[in-house]
Design a protein around this ligand. Sequence first.
Ligand code: SAM
Length: 244
Amino acid sequence: EPGLYIVATPIGNLADLSPRAADILARADLIAVEDSRVTAGLLRHIGTKRPMIPYHDHNAEGMRPGLIARMTTEAVALVSDAGTPLISDPGYKLVRDARAAGRNVVTIPGPCAAIAALTLAGLPTDRFLFCGFLPSKAKARVDAIGEVAAIRATLIFYESGPRLSACLSALAEGLGDREAAVTREITKRYEEAVTGTLTHLAMRYADAPPKGEIVIVVAPPGDEPLPEAADADAALAEALTRLP
Ligand code: SAM
């Protein structure tokens, strides 16, 4: 059937591609992709080849009208390099415009790093807030953290290895020294989840930035020390004394 198909793909382990996702991809007239090399690999895995068209932050605006037009008669699938499209990835405007144009919109749910991390963290799951990537500039990061500090929910952040320790320190300073989990390489060979307080985790990763893809999960506000620089410094000094 013609329309737009939002297809979640694996975040590491190819066996996580659902049979329905594989079926839709194999039958799509066109697949809108972030990186054609990545999606070509996935298609090879399921033994198929389909026409692909790039759809990413830099060309999305220009690509949308043509894609929406093609959805009248063709099945157009949208995928990201990994995980669920639209989640810290392009796509919501395509869905918005497809709907506005009266196209059929179908989702094929599957892997999502944020949800997978939440299931590994061992932190409350009744209320959570997905915060995406924090800004890389220090001032903007402090502001972004301040905006969520009072929210009574578990917080989920996407991050990359090199920035991890700085990010954890900024979180400790802005949120107080809450319990947290650093989850890494989910569904891959070196999957791990390391738990501890934010300052403990910041120390742990200070000298050894981990490789791979990371999700940070932070507990809701509780009775941890007040999020003031002085307290964070004291906690850091105290943590230092406990190092082997
Ligand atoms: N749309 C994808 C999703 O929700 O699954 C996420 C895309 S975002 C551009 C990429 C970020 O997702 C990475 O920087 C990392 O924070 C997270 N991520 C993706 N795959 C991961 C994995 N296997 N383990 C841990 N984090 C992962």
